[in-house]
Design a protein around this ligand. Structure first.
Ligand code: GSH
Length: 467
């Protein structure tokens, strides 16, 4: 009973908030069409025990998977942005080595990590009692200790020699890329920018020639190797971010067709696209996060403000246009992964979605804490739809009652609006691969988009076209 009173109170407050400002602008005759008032709203929501029963039903349908015994621990950054970590992470997946992860917050590194790793940088791995750091050293050690599925040809072969030669040039080439990509932070003259652009183009020309000379599609021939893992984290983000920040297009440029083929080959590699690859939305959203983060003395120039605006609208467009894969079995698995993720993390998602003192992506408006029930309801519906997409049956047992739909035409419009806001917010906060792999995220974003559109339609029709 107490819970019920509370929920009415919550709805009353939500209704006041949602109606006060826009209603003042509405013509009187339209006000009469609003078919809802809080006290008359149908009671679509469930009491607490029913909500718990619903979650329990979903959990039963999608029990967590049992992970294989880890062979090592990987220490990497919390956001999944560190390219050096991504290299190692990709290698582990490509070799099929089971591992545990410890995420390190780079803005506040724990003392134990600083004591354990002399450079204090990520990545590091712990293999037995041995701690190893520096991505290059880690990756070569992994090749030695886990020789199955080698990513470096062994011995004194020509193939090995070519890879070693190309690996040796990698740091300088990537430094040229970074100088161009992040040059705007150094307030350069137009000539200096042009010089860095030419240097970066030269780097891409070399990659193009390398791919062609060894036949492609990978950077050293027909097979994925450590060389690809070294470059992938950088090329991936620059391909998405440079068109926005510097109107520079690596893909589909006509100048680097073999490199285009490399991106396609990487996308076909499950260890990459199903595990560590960031999606277009996340890399685009990161442009605005990075531009704010690296603003000199915290001051955002007019140029940076324009870039942030471009990135935010490109991110919003990307979020709405990322269709899930058409490969049925892959899509089914991805939907199941996404459903499990929501089940395991729902408390954290609820807290983030209603955290009015959020520290990251502060430009993405969170919901009022008193609207938490709508976020929860939307998460439940998203989980249930994902399970349906995964062909997992979510049937109540004979003793359990059939549960009502969480979104329905009978919802009060302000409730539908809050559900739609919650769906869009969760999609905007979802960062790949930090929170979820790209394929699972595509399923989740698509379900959230579907829910948001439905809820908006209910709000629209329920309010006579006013909300
Ligand atoms: N050469 C190192 C570079 C690692 C590195 O720069 N890591 C960055 C994250 S991308 C880091 O730990 N930054 C934290 C800091 O500078 O305190 C490697 O290849 O592992």
């Amino acid at each position: 009973q107490e819970g019920h009173e509370h929920s009415l109170d919550v709805r009353a407050r939500a209704a006041m908030r949602l109606t006060s400002a826009p209603l003042l602008l509405l013509p009187l005759e339209r006000l009469a069409c609003i078919p809802w008032r809080v006290s008359h709203a149908p009671r679509a929501q469930l009491v607490d025990s029913e909500v718990q029963a619903y979650w329990a039903l979903l959990e039963r349908a999608a029990p967590p998977t049992v992970a294989p015994t880890p062979a090592l621990t990987l220490y990497r950054d919390t956001n999944g942005w560190c390219p050096f970590c991504e290299r190692v992470w990709l290698q582990l997946h490509a070799k099929g080595i089971p591992f545990d992860e410890e995420l390190i917050n780079l803005r506040d590194k724990p003392e134990w990590y600083k004591e354990m790793v002399p450079t204090t940088l990520v990545p590091a791995i712990k293999l037995g009692s041995e701690v190893i750091w520096e991505s290059d050293t880690i990756m070569r050690t992994l090749e030695e200790r886990f020789p199955e599925k080698p990513l470096l040809p062994s011995g004194d072969t020509d193939e090995r020699e070519i890879i070693e030669e190309r690996l040796a040039g990698c740091a300088d080439m990537l430094a040229a890329g970074a100088r161009f990509a992040y040059g705007s932070r150094d307030s350069l003259s137009a000539d200096e920018v042009a010089g860095r652009r030419a240097e970066f183009e030269g780097m891409l020309d070399t990659l193009e020639a390398n791919i062609s000379s060894t036949g492609g599609p990978f950077l050293a021939g027909a097979d994925f190797s450590l060389l690809d893992a070294f470059y992938a984290p950088f090329l991936e983000r620059w391909a998405v971010q440079l068109p926005l920040s510097l109107d520079f297009h690596i893909r589909q440029s006509l100048r680097w067709p073999a490199l285009d083929g490399w991106f396609d080959a990487m996308d076909a590699l499950p260890a990459y696209r199903q595990k560590v690859k960031g999606d277009a939305y996340s890399w685009t959203a990161a442009v605005s996060a990075f531009t704010r983060m690296f603003a000199p003395n915290g001051t955002i120039s007019d140029e940076s403000a324009a870039l942030i605006k471009r990135a935010d609208s490109a991110a919003a467009a990307a979020m709405r246009s990322m269709p899930p894969t058409e490969e049925a079995e892959v899509a089914r698995q991805a939907a199941l992964t996404a459903a499990r993720k929501l089940l395991e993390n729902r408390e954290a998602i609820l807290a983030d979605a209603t955290n009015t003192e959020a520290k990251s992506q502060t430009h993405i408006e969170r919901l009022d804490p008193c609207d938490v029930e709508y976020v929860e309801r939307m998460l439940r519906e998203a989980t249930s739809r994902l399970l349906k997409r995964a062909s997992v049956s979510v049937e109540p047992s004979d003793e359990e009652e059939e549960l009502p739909p969480m979104l329905s035409r009978t919802m009060a419009p302000h409730e539908a609006v809050a559900c739609a806001q919650a769906a869009r917010l969760v999609s905007a906060r979802l960062c790949v691969p930090r929170d979820l792999d790209g394929l699972a995220a595509a399923e989740l974003r698509s379900v959230l988009h579907e829910l948001a559109c439905e809820a908006e339609a209910f709000a629209w029709s329920g309010s006579g076209g006013l909300l």
